[in-house]
Design a protein around this ligand. Sequence first.
Ligand code: Q0N
Length: 293
Amino acid sequence: MAVNAPVLPGYRHVCSGKVRDLYAPAPDDGTLLLVASDRVSAYDHLLQPAIPDKGAILTAMSLWWFDQLSDLVPNHVISADVPDAVAGRAVLVERLDMLPVECVARGYLSGSGLADYRRDGAICGVPLPPGLDDGAALPEPIFTPATKAAEGEHDENIDFAHVSGLLGVPLAERLRELTLSIYARAERIARERGIIVADTKLEFGRRADGTVVLADEVLTPDSSRFWPAESWQPGQAQVSFDKQVIRDWLTSPESGWDRASDAPPPRLPDNVVTYAREQYLLAYQRLTGTAFE
Ligand code: Q0N
């Protein structure tokens, strides 16, 4: 993935994902700096230009969620006191031994869960009743883990037995229990504020003493499906809280882009960028009840 992670004096760049960059202080002191960029992706493509303030909005949202969840699980955040160049969009975190499983909770049918359900009548080995529509609420939220794929690949859904084989039964059970209790808390909070959290992907790590700790960024529109509650309508693809305007423009005749082609998508026009930014701000405000900044 071609990205442009900033040079940060006093840190070395460790790695970058599509939209985030990871740094380690030099010399190493057991912490890491997790930086959220303003980059945005859709249909598996990184888009140009960036969305101003996206990284800061998602960082603030993630910090707010860590606070909402702090009685359920410890988290990796040490401080939001970070270099000026990344102020507001980075957190200093504890370096953990990361567990090699994407811990996904789903309360609604969408994405790879919908595809698996239509093929198998189950997701990750969890059987579901017949007749569920695209976007339907599941009878109860389920744990649908996935293996972390290499950059550019898609994560592969796995069943609970596979997680147990990788990590042992007690740790697999702990991850399932934490993932479902975090989702239940977040889903309730968001629903009270008019946002459906259809699903969410969590990452956990362990401290040297074995404590399981919530890591990465949590419950942002990049790690979760957020749907506006007022337009939820099972039986069709749901409106995405943040990316709908981007997807609609990319697939409209105005963009001139053929999604099925190998061509990179065209540059987003200013009005689409402005609207997308507003959606991130609105999601933050709906959730937290306070204006961003
Ligand atoms: C870690 N990733 C995957 C940045 C984010 N607390 C931690 N300790 C050790 N390692 C990690 C964390 C965290 N969080 C997490 N990689 C390392 C997500 N990356 C992808 C690239 O951008």
